[in-house]
Design a protein. Structure first.
Length: 255
């Protein structure tokens, strides 16, 4: 994970009118944000978990893609958290997804259901994407047009074809959650000093509505994301507070 803080420029007013609408890429079969399962956990991530917890890294029964119950248990260990998010800094040979997965487990109540674990995995993957500003401001990677204002994403959804509307609504929810969490200090600062009339409740309401709209789309059902998106909508405030806490403390480099 980069130690560079992502700049945030969302606000109440819209920028100057943009040029003619650029062609939009086709909707991918599986968008990059649409990962709520554990297939992203790589052999090097599992090897790190085993080594940091004192297990034999050559255990072929555990070094496989995906997450077994045994690996899930390792992720919650104190030793793993201290290694991943400790004050020593340095370079960790793990994916950003694993870093955020481990840290989110400590910022949120311990997951009691399969759906709650899926939500954490979804957020870990999302944060690994949003550490890049070019992805944060785009509905999907590689698009020419960027969106820094929630109101422009609403307009984009209204002008989009049905399948793209799912991408836009999901991105609007993801972006609003990121701003309400990681960008909460910036939002509150602008509100306190009269530079904006919009508080965190604006981002919450926009994000919750967008998540519900995305969850009701056929593609959400096809991707088995509808329960995850609805859960994020209902628990928006709690997840935003968890993301806010991610800024605290030393963050080691991962890659």
């Amino acid at each position: 994970m980069s130690d560079k803080i992502v700049s945030i420029h969302a606000g109440a007013s819209r920028p100057e009118p943009q040029a003619a609408r650029a062609p939009r890429p086709a909707v991918p079969r599986v968008p990059d944000f649409a990962h709520a399962d554990a297939t992203w956990l790589s052999p090097r991530d599992i090897a790190f978990l085993l080594d940091a917890s004192g297990h034999d890294v050559a255990d072929d029964a555990l070094i496989t893609e995906g997450v077994s119950p045994a690996i899930e248990a390792l992720i919650e260990q104190d030793a793993i958290y201290r290694k991943v998010a400790g004050d020593s800094g340095g370079w960790l040979d793990i994916s950003p997804q694993l870093y955020f997965h481990v840290v989110l487990r400590r910022r949120l109540p311990r997951p009691k259901t399969y759906l709650q674990r899926r939500v954490i995995r979804y957020l870990a993957n999302l944060l690994s994407l949003f550490v890049r500003t070019d992805r944060l401001y785009r509905v999907q990677p590689g698009e020419q047009e960027s969106f820094e204002y929630l109101i422009d994403l609403i307009a984009e959804a209204a002008e989009s074809e049905h399948e793209r509307q799912f991408l836009v609504h999901a991105h609007l929810g993801n972006y609003a959650l990121f701003l309400a969490g990681v960008g909460r200090g910036w939002i509150e600062h602008r509100l306190r000093y009269g530079r904006s009339a919009l508080g965190v409740d604006y981002y919450r309401d926009m994000g919750r509505n967008a998540y519900h709209q995305a969850a009701s789309h056929r593609l959400a059902r096809d991707l088995d994301l509808a329960p995850v998106l609805d859960y994020l909508a209902e628990g928006f405030d709690g997840y935003a507070r968890a993301l806010q806490q991610l800024q605290r403390g030393t963050q080691p480099r991962v890659g």
